[in-house]
Design a protein around this ligand. Structure first.
Ligand code: SF4
Length: 67
């Protein structure tokens, strides 16, 4: 099993949605934040590119949560 993402503690998406009951959201957290997908997380990519964190509502897939 993959280690958790090293950004977990400071990731706005994770902080905001870790307790979410939304199935898609939970799937993303399982797949990315706590799984192998973390290497291809778009939030991480954004951070590297821009030097700052993206909106909390940007998902690891790069799409945005709809309110
Ligand atoms: S959304 Fe991306 S950066 Fe944030 S904790 Fe999950 S894998 Fe890490």
């Amino acid at each position: 099993m993959a280690a958790e993402c090293e950004l977990l503690a400071k990731c706005g998406f994770f902080k905001k949605y870790a307790e979410s009951k939304d199935l898609a959201c939970r799937g993303f957290i399982r797949q990315y934040c706590r799984g192998d997908g973390q290497a291809s997380c778009k939030r991480k990519e954004y951070r590297q590119k821009h030097g700052s964190a993206p909106s909390d509502d940007m998902m690891p897939s790069g799409q945005f949560m709809s309110a």
